[in-house]
Design a protein around this ligand. Structure first.
Ligand code: PLP
Ligand code: COI
Length: 362
């Protein structure tokens, strides 16, 4: 199947312009949702069918739906940006579409054709364009997701699946804005294991991170950093972001592992750094290397990156027995300059020489 024709069932009680303006003035992250959602069905016999735009609202789900029991679910996250001329764009959605297919393959869910993925984003923007904010650093976060809805308690891949896209106006992911964050090193819990689902964007990975995220909060940290589950010494990623280290000579290192999510933000920012002449290496990197490298002055910056967090400087890592950095650390220079270059491209303030931007409102 190629392009989808969306049946439109419009929300007859959308938010009023003043209610919407109030939300867009201070959206935070993930708190508010637009007036509509995309809803597409899949069945083993019928494939993808019944593409609809419908009013945003609760979904009816059978209590025996396998997602509620066995967690067969995947999702994506990308943003719609309002450019100065009013047009609406997103960033590398083809990469999100491909990653969703890879997640689907791992979770025994059906693959949604990339064209349908893109069409679904455009369909939602065609009815909710006014929800894309225009203030600096704001965007409309798009959340496509797919889950097993067949009512069946046997453990096997579901024969009926739902695909939705919802959208949520977004400001900064962290309440402090772009200020350096503190992260908690989880030495007790792993997020993902060898041969597991770490490289897929599936709910279970996030469920597995929550108890460690609670530990992070208890230690005054905003995010949790996970190590590999076999030796407990190699950096993996944060609960919802990739991690990047910057060395004194300008070289950049990011963990290589098959149990972390291949981030599109990370891939893009590392490409920008390489084009500036920085040496970028994807290799296993231990927490001891970071600790010793920070102490000796060899490692000078670290940042977290992801669609929601964009690029967020890391000021401090706290562990049970040691800390790296300090709570009052200032944001790294390269971190902030790469952040500016990336967001300039996303918001149309600099030419898109890589063909990364995709127009959603035309
Ligand atoms: N790692 C995890 C666990 C994530 O949830 C995300 C966010 O989607 C990322 C990394 C960064 O991925 P991306 O840059 O594609 O948003
Ligand atoms: C994203 O950045 O899109 C994510 O899925 C991360 C999540 C913590 C909001």
């Amino acid at each position: 199947m190629t392009g989808l024709e969306f049946h439109r069932h419009l929300n007859l009680q959308p938010k009023s312009p003043s209610e919407r303006a109030e939300i867009l003035a201070n959206p935070g992250f993930g708190n508010f949702f637009t007036d509509h959602m995309v809803d597409v069905c899949w069945s083993e016999n019928g494939g993808w069918h019944r593409p609809r735009i419908q009013p945003y609202g609760p979904i009816e789900i059978d209590p025996a739906a396998s997602v509620l029991h066995y967690g067969q679910e995947i999702f994506e996250g990308l943003k719609a940006y309002r450019h100065a001329d009013g047009s609406i764009w997103t960033f590398r959605p083809d990469a999100n579409a491909r990653r969703m297919q890879a997640s689907a393959a791992r979770m025994a869910l059906p693959e949604l054709p990339a064209e349908c993925f893109l069409d679904s984003l455009k369909a939602l923007i065609s009815v909710d364009a006014e929800w894309v904010p225009s203030a600096p650093e704001t965007s409309l976060y798009l959340r496509p997701f797919m889950y097993a809805k067949e009512a069946f308690l046997g453990v096997r891949p579901a024969k009926k699946v739902a695909f939705y896209v919802i959208a949520s106006p977004a400001g900064a992911y962290f309440t402090g804005g772009v200020a350096p964050v503190s992260i908690w090193l989880s030495e007790k819990y792993s997020r993902a294991g060898k041969g597991g689902t770490g490289a897929a964007k599936t709910g279970g990975n996030y469920a597995a991170s929550l108890v460690a995220q609670n530990e992070a909060y208890a230690h005054g940290c905003q995010q949790v950093l996970f190590l590999d589950s076999v030796e407990g010494k190699y950096l993996e990623e944060l609960g919802g972001m990739n991690i990047v280290l910057v060395y004194k000579d300008g070289s950049i290192v990011t963990p290589l592992s098959d149990s972390i999510l291949p981030g599109i933000t990370r891939d893009s920012v590392l490409q920008l750094a390489e084009e500036r002449g920085h040496t970028v290496t994807r290799r296993p990197v231990t927490i001891d290397e970071w600790r010793e490298g920070f102490a000796s002055g060899e490692i000078v910056e670290a940042f977290a990156c992801g669609t929601a967090a964009v690029i967020t400087p890391i000021g401090m890592v706290k562990a049970e027995d040691f800390t790296i950095g300090s709570a009052d650390a200032v944001a790294g220079e390269l971190t902030m300059s790469l952040r500016e270059e990336l967001t300039d491209i996303q918001y149309g303030r600099r030419p898109d020489t890589h063909g990364w931007m995709y127009r959603l409102d035309a």
